[in-house]
Design a protein. Structure first.
Length: 214
């Protein structure tokens, strides 16, 4: 896969019928509200984070505390946006992607007729001779993770700056379902080397590639 930042930074539309809580690997880009340079600056190809930028990093890594099964992957804070890759284990996650990211491989359960159903459904009850279905627990979705990150980071930055209720991040964000290991590796490479490519970054207003996708 050839990674095209102009195409991959545009706001995406949720895929109709796709189960965003069924497991998968996701790439997200989140911008500041007006693409303000809130998180630091790039100097000679290196991202120098200010205090709000460091809080964004802390908020990302704190997501483990809220979603224990979540697997965090590549992440980079830029002056006015950030990129991140995360994995939600589940039957919808490709086993090769699970292996590449260190996520567990989860196969769907099967009922007594060999038909698969989701992991939240109970296994057959031998005493009753029928498949029991205990109360299901809502599975974490991609939107849950992004929403929690935006909330945690905004509260932390507002507290630092002694303000209340100020929006920090744009409500829209770009999300992409990572389909295979080749795509994962290309996205990882882009994220890791994003500071070195800042002059060509679609989120840099001084770049000829700039696109106001939000």
């Amino acid at each position: 896969m050839v990674y095209d930042p102009r195409r991959h930074h545009r706001r995406s539309i949720r895929l109709r019928g796709y189960d965003y809580a069924g497991g998968g690997a996701y790439y997200v880009t989140i911008c500041t509200l007006k693409k303000d340079f809130a998180f630091g600056e790039v100097v000679e190809g290196e991202m120098l984070l200010n205090e709000p930028g460091r809080l964004m990093e802390m908020a990302w890594h704190s997501l483990h505390n809220r979603f224990t099964s979540l697997v965090l992957d590549a992440f980079q804070v830029m002056p006015n946006h950030l990129h991140g890759v995360f994995v939600l284990p589940g039957p919808g996650l490709d086993p090769a992607l699970a292996k590449a990211t260190g996520a567990p491989i989860i196969q769907p359960f099967e009922n007594r007729r060999g038909r698969p159903f989701g992991p939240a459904v109970g296994e057959p009850d031998k005493r009753q001779g029928t498949a029991s279905r205990p109360p299901t627990r809502r599975r974490t979705s991609m939107g849950d993770v992004v929403g929690a990150f935006k909330s945690i980071s905004t509260i932390a930055v507002n507290k630092l700056l002694h303000r209340i209720g100020t929006r920090l991040l744009h409500e829209n964000f770009y999300e992409h379902i990572i389909r295979d290991v080749g795509e994962l590796e290309a996205i990882r490479d882009y994220i890791i080397h994003n500071p070195q490519r800042w002059l060509e970054d679609p989120e840099n207003p001084e770049s000829p590639a700039y696109t106001d996708w939000v």
